[in-house]
Design a protein around this ligand. Sequence first.
Ligand code: PXP
Length: 236
Amino acid sequence: MIHLAVNIDHVATVRNARGGSHPDPIEAAKQSIHAGAVGIVCHLREDRRHIRDADVYALRRELNTKLDLEMAAHEEIIRIAEDVKPELVTIVPEKREELTTEGGLNIAADPSRYAELVQRMHALGIEVSFFIEPDSRQIETAQKIGADIIELHTGTYADAKGADAQIALESLILGGSIAVDHGLKVTAGHGLDYHNITPIKAIPGLVEVSIGHALISRALFTGIPRAVKDMIDMLV
Ligand code: PXP
């Protein structure tokens, strides 16, 4: 059984569109846990475009479950992580101009920087995951610098069609097997949805997937009939 961690960033995106407090990402997190998710993921971006500092603190306070704080290795955000103490931090690359995280982090380019980050987190009992491509150099580096988990970037697989999707899947499978050989826990995420999830289960060692956009998108449609009916009932 592969566990599901729910990313609630897009609930905050909708909330921020009106500047108020609804829909509440914390309520979305609670309902996700109630429905069987093992953890909640939120990405505190430097530009705070969706999740805000107060959300992260509220999640920490109100949820009695695994909190995975997705973040870039920027000092300001690292200090927030040290203060909040989530169970897990997932380190991702981040560009201000991107719509969403665009690919895996190149930890092999600067291993000592990320090793120091791992030490800071471990000193507080926080596990560290790196969001990387299924590339042997990146996986070996993750192991060398003391990472607990690697999250394999599934975006290339999710975007690919036909034979290209198969090639991307095989590369994820190979990456999973290298990670297992290096004693790392394996998770996966980005672009996973109800159509492309099943083949992903073949990744060796995969214990968890992190899914946001597809889940929140589907929730709109599974919830619309009830929302419309409730309002019509009030208009009678
Ligand atoms: N994992 C990581 C590291 C991500 O950056 C994201 C996007 O925030 C996800 C998983 C979830 O991706 P999606 O919203 O496409 O399901």
